[in-house]
Structure formats: structure tokens, C-alpha cells
Write a protein that binds this ligand. Sequence first.
Ligand code: 8YV
Length: 316
Amino acid sequence: MTKPHVLQMGALPDWDEAPLRAAYELHRYFEAADKASYLAEVGPHVRAVATRGDLGAPADLIKACPALELVSVYGVGYDAVDLEACRARGIAVTNTPDVLTEDCADLALGMWLALSRGIVAAEAWARSGDWAAKGGFPLRHRASGKRAGVLGLGRIGMAVARRLEGFGMDIAYTARKPRAGAEKWHYIADPAELAARSDVVFVTLSATPETRHIVNAQVLEALGPEGMLVNISRAQNIDEAALLEALETRRIRGAALDVFEGEPAFDPRFTTLSNALLQPHHASGTYETRRAMGQLMRDNLAAHFTGQPLLTPVSL
Ligand code: 8YV
């Protein structure tokens, strides 16, 4: 029996690539020197795309695969998949929710604490000899017991909020509507209003056309010079030009960012900022979570090709 043809959009850990190679006729798109020619050659045979949250599947690629049946995303964010193109052709899309929630929330909290207490700069202070030469590390700000805003109370936002309770935070959130199970927290519909009453805002919402630049100059102004921003969602949820301006002019205290426009090649202005904590899009980057993500991505592929219900289809 011939193996189904699967287009692999990006590198995956060996523990995923080996079983994928065994089960499918795997086409490693990301290694092709001439991607257009490669797609013209293999696209007609491709029945599924194995992609990542950061890579997705654009409309032109979907169009070049007339036999495409499934896009299986290794990641919870499927904003880089052209859903309209999939919807129009009845192509199913799956992602890997839940398995990465806890690690993403953990990193968000770690980024907040590191930004608030200057942990990265303090490590350099100790390691460089400044401690001995210059004395104590300059004071920073308490993190716990203050006001937190969670922008987007989905799985990850809920996990962040639950962690913040342990830090004695006064929690508010923004969502399309008040969320069941969140009655103990303040619901604020408007992001600028949320920012105005927060010392730190966590951006945890899915990226959609409606959320593009939801954190804009007005929200940053409302957050103010004592306020901090933590983004583990998608760069497009923030107006990066406005953020850079706010950071460079100290109109906000600081930002901790795990995602950037154009990543991994992001705006070098971020690297000049002492009030920005930069992370390389690794919120889900643990052995435990990436193994679970890979397994779920592969289980969705296997379910599709054995006529079983998909485990985690997204609603199109
Ligand atoms: C990426 C993510 O998938 O889950 C998501 O949506 O952004 C990440 O986990 C990551 O880039 C994996 O390669």
C-alpha cells in the first residue's frame, strides 16, 4: 500500500521525524532550494501538510496541493494557516491545544518576574564582577501583590491567571465576554481600560484578524510608566512600532516578549533596550511539551488516514 504523501513545513525533533518518515512519503519543503519548483513537483501528490504554529500553511501553498485533505499544526496557534482557503476546499485543520498550556503559562510568569526584578541583568552583575567592584545590584520593583491584567482568557490566559492568584495579584481580564469560572476576577471589556488598572498586562489571546494590534499606542499609554507588558501570544497582537517608541521613551516600564514580527530576524532596536526582556519564541519549548505536541500532531494525521475522528480539529 502506498504511503500517503505529506508535506513537512519545518524541522521537527527526531522523535517526530522518524515515525513520520516511516508512515508517510514525507516531502521536506523547508529544505527545498527552489520551493516553487519543489511544490509544483510534489504538490499534486500531497494529501496532508505537517506544519508548525509559527509556519502555518499559506493560501498559495494550499492551492498548489489540489489533493490536500488535512493541515496538522504542531502548536496551538493556527493563525498562519489560511483558514479561508481550507474552508473553501473542505480541508480539515488540527492543532495541539492543552498539551502546551502549562509550559506557556510558566514561561509567562517567569518572564514577568525576570522583568520586574531584573533577574537577567542581576545575573550579569554577579557574573561580570560588578557586584564586587560596584556593590549591590540596583533596586528593582516588587512583582507580587499588585494588579495584573490578562488580555485573553483562553486556556493559556486562564492558566496564567490561576498562577497569578498564588502571587496575591488583583486580577482583571479582557475577553469577548465574561468567562464562566472567572467570576472571582474583574471582567473589563476594553483593553485600554484593562491596561489603565494594571501594573502588568499579559497578552495571551489567539491571533486573529480582529486582534491585530489590539495592544496599540493608546493601550500602552494607558499602561503607563509603571506598567509592564508580557507577550507570549503572537507579535501581531502588538503594534511593535508603538511598543518600541514606548520602551525607548520609557512611557512604559518594560516589556517581556517571546514573539516578534519577522522572527527569528526581529527589529534590532529591541536589542538596545535595557527595559526589554527578549525570549526566542520558546514558551512551549520543553521536552515534555514538545513530545506531547508532536504525538498529538502525528495522532491527528494517523486518525485522518485511518478514517478515525480527528482528535483536535479547529472550527473553520
Ligand atoms: C510553535 C507556538 O508551534 O503553539 C504555538 O502556537 O507558537 C509554538 O509552540 C513553536 O514554534 C513550535 O515550533
